[in-house]
Design a protein around this ligand. Sequence first.
Ligand code: GLA
Length: 729
Amino acid sequence: MGIKFYENSRIFKLDTPKSTYMIGIVDEENFIGHIYYGRKVIDADLSYMMRLHGSSDVPTKNSRDRVTFMDSMPMEYPTHGVGDFRESCLSVKDHAGHSACSLSYISHRIYHGKQKLPGLPATFAREDECTTLELICEDKALQLQVTLVYNVFEKLDAITRSVKIYNSSKNPIYLTKVLSACLDMDNRDYDMITLYGLWSRERMINRRRITDGKQLISSLRGVSSHQEQPFMAILDKNADEDHGEVFALNLVYSGNFMAQAEITQFTMLRAVIGINPVDFCWKLDSEESFTSPEAVMVYSNEGIGGMTRTFHDLYRNHLIRGQYKDKKRPILINNWEATYFDFDTDKLLSIAREASKLGIEMLVMDDGWFGYRNDDNTSLGDWVVNESKIKGGLKHLVDEVNKLGMKFGIWFEPEMISPDSDLYRTHPDWAIQIPGRNPALARNQLVLDISRKEVRDAVYDSMYKILSEANIEYVKWDMNRPLTDIAGASLDSDTQGEFYHRYVLGLYEMQERLVSDFPHILLENCSSGGGRFDPGMLYYSPQIWSSDNTDAIDRLRIQEGTAMIYPLSAMGAHVADCPSHSNGRVTPFETRGYVSLAGTFGYELDITKIPEEDRNMIPKQVAMYHKYNDLVRTGDYYRIASYQMNHEYDCYEVVSKDKKEALVTYIQVSGRPNYRTRRIRLKGLKEDAIYRIEETGEELSGGALMYAGINIENMWGDYLGKLIHIVEI
Ligand code: GLA
């Protein structure tokens, strides 16, 4: 059991294999204090960490300095307006217009397993994998019950948290801020890592010192965004890939979020994460409940790499669902960069015919098959097959593709509406827009108000029809613009602040319907590339398109940042055309294959037009994928070198769980004259086992491979790569 309650000291101790998290109930007022989070300790009582210097410091004994107490006490779930001037997690507006709230512990429950969060994605676990603590708290004046939920994973250094709020008063209470987690810790001159970016350059790694004041990352785009990830790692300033303490927070949510690290006046650090409170206001009527998204906390004392491996295991085993959870994905070929909007049945079949001969397993028809969509100006919302392009209809096309021995997949952008569409002409009010204001277009499209059930139902029904019409085995669910001009036509003036969250709940409901109605379909989420690559979406789709940037070298950085949190099995990655449509760079076909092997692996080019010698390489790449994908998908990921940092080469390794096999991918970004060999030191192997390097036949101990390293000969030219496969003998 990972959770213990010590009745006399009123302390809760949460233990994972290598970490301890401690909570204390303080004073007669029953404050919920945060005592400790860090490396595992055997002690049951570290309450001195709260610096209360004996009971005289608590408000019931010394009310004269209550504000000092409130503003310095490490809190589990700080509230607004009663003396804690650091960032709060909860604030309200009550019927009198007041914003303060204050929580006291009432009771608790400890049980095996983990409950679902209503309408929200969340990690899941069996009863023997996880223990849950529910701290039931109350604001007596407001008659508001707040339950702090902690799920402790038995075999992973992960604790997940969420918050349930229940209004037991007679009046509505407006929740103006409900964050999911707070971490009050000593400030030890930490660094922080966040992942920032923009379209085509997602999840760049940003490491910086945490300094005085507040360091905020957030999204107000209605999606988690290209620009910031709902993720923050706080780490020792000397921590590296393999050493040092790391405390990470990741929010299982796909909409507006905030994550912030703040150094407070008494050299404490407060980190928080949750739904962005800007434009958020949730009306909680009498006897109604609200549940926050789940926050994941990961602790590592083995540096950033240790954090990464815990996230990968947690998400692979306890977040990703469906029949493809533990399965190799079909190698797909997507026609987007091959044809853009200019395709028809014949063109698609010519690609499929060639692809099937070379071992590719699925054809994905991207944007442009519906309505009158020959460019990106029209038809979103009209999910009706354009039979002047898809001659003979969808079923005919899919049947022909199936006859070639291939599966068939299709693209949708369900949340969108083009002003030039039959849907808009019939239901202009379904687009999100403020009456009397000209709504901002992006890619010439508007967003559908999927917070409304009738809108969701209509869109879903039209998708359902298409998906039932033919043997479709894959869906790419795209989302290509941020939300603006927010107005919910079904919401009153006092509930407009619910819009963004209701939109996300609507999205989750639609995707849940899709995966339960069509469990055989492989769903891949996408948002102008990787604009909604977050744990929330991973709950519905086991893979997400990482970026519209398909240049192999740019992809090294994007995939490195993505893999810092998300498993390789989740990263959509394709061998694309050259010169790259993203930046004009020319890279060898072979290298493009190695880079895509780090993700789901597929193709995105006109296979009928590429050079013969590239085409001839495809069967070899297909075989490479089949040989290594089980290892890549399920193994432990170790970063060996970062091209973001060294500007010369990229190198990572995947080691099988039993440590009997490893695959190293090495990409030489820039060839260096006068430099014959580079030494790579492997990681994660068994010191005393003997391994054979498949390519050279050399036999070396795990110790030699890890501590002495292996030589990589300099290759003649830029953008060259190689795989090094080692197997225990
Ligand atoms: C987005 C996606 C692309 C492609 C286009 C189609 O940009 O990220 O992969 O599907 O839309 O319009």
